[in-house]
Design a protein around this ligand. Structure first.
Ligand code: SAM
Length: 272
């Protein structure tokens, strides 16, 4: 493992929740809410294609195939459905995969799903034209291995998207307020770029800040998600709501966080 990869792994480890706090958590703090990622997928085709969508579309032939790794409800690949011949979603959550199939069905797209963790699930992924992977890199301790495995099935391009800063950083003030704990700030998207370059991938990147669709229909569900992430019990919801006041926005009837910078990273597999 090179120095950038090693640093990435160490920085991700530094996000571990202190044992004494984790021991008091009434529910798992690591849950991805299906509702949120379904709404991201639903909204993804109601706005104009984002920078990440365009980076994928220019490499995707009419009727081509798309692999969406850590697909959730399909926020990364549904905007490609009108051009793609087939979408293949990979996720470690069966509930996310059923949501992904439903989103594809609503768009009359052919769909396959693979249940499993990337890169272990890579052996079950078919060769495709374009691979997309949005908002999963911060879940990959061995990012170089994860990204090289994305490159192998992709004939034309890999497009990844991630927040410029670790997604949990916006809860850092709440960790200080509720637990007196100072949370980390690294790694960042630029650290990811360094890892990918160290792995020999010829990556390009672009930071942007367009509004991203999606959120919770009921603001209470958003508060409950944050409260679980903070390892707090439901009785603390009112305090969490108060602490979040400046960060929450309502958009198109959905409750979410204010937009923040994201980074698109893309690379084309070498032609041999
Ligand atoms: C933050 S959500 C992003 C969903 C979707 N890509 C989007 O942008 O809306 C992360 C998703 O990746 C999945 N996931 C996280 N780590 C994974 C891994 N190593 N392999 C497969 N799926 C993973 C989670 O179950 C979840 O559905």
């Amino acid at each position: 493992m090179g120095p950038a990869s090693e640093r990435w792994r160490r920085d991700l480890e530094s996000w571990a929740i202190p044992e004494d706090i984790l021991a008091t958590a009434p529910e798992s703090p690591w849950h991805f809410p299906v509702e949120l990622f379904v709404s991201r997928a639903e909204g993804s085709t109601t706005v104009r294609p984002t920078f990440s969508n365009q980076a994928a579309l220019v490499a995707l032939p009419e009727g081509g195939t798309v692999l969406d790794v850590g697909c959730g409800g399909g926020g990364a690949s549904m905007p490609l459905a009108a051009r793609a011949g087939r979408l293949i979603g990979v996720d470690s959550s069966p509930d996310m995969l059923s949501a992904f199939r439903e989103q594809a069905r609503q768009r009359r797209a052919e769909v396959d799903t693979v249940l499993g963790r990337w890169p272990d699930a890579a052996a079950k992924a078919p060769a495709v034209d374009v691979a997309v992977c949005h908002h999963v890199f911060y879940n990959a301790p061995d990012l170089a291995q994860f990204a090289v495995a994305l490159t192998e099935p992709a004939r034309r391009r890999v497009v990844a998207e991630l927040t410029a800063e670790h997604p949990q950083t916006r809860l850092n003030p709440l960790w200080l307020r509720f637990h007196g704990v100072t949370r980390p700030t690294r790694p960042t998207a630029m650290d990811a770029v360094a890892v990918l370059r160290e792995a020999g991938l010829d990556v390009k990147w672009q930071q942007w800040n367009e509004p991203r669709p999606g959120g919770f229909r009921d603001g209470a569900n958003l508060v409950a998600w944050v409260r679980r992430s903070l390892c707090l019990p439901p009785e603390r919801d009112a305090e969490v709501t108060e602490a979040l006041q400046d960060q929450l926005v309502e958009r198109d009837g959905l409750f979410g966080f204010a937009d923040r910078p994201v980074v698109t990273v893309w690379w084309d597999p070498p032609t041999s």
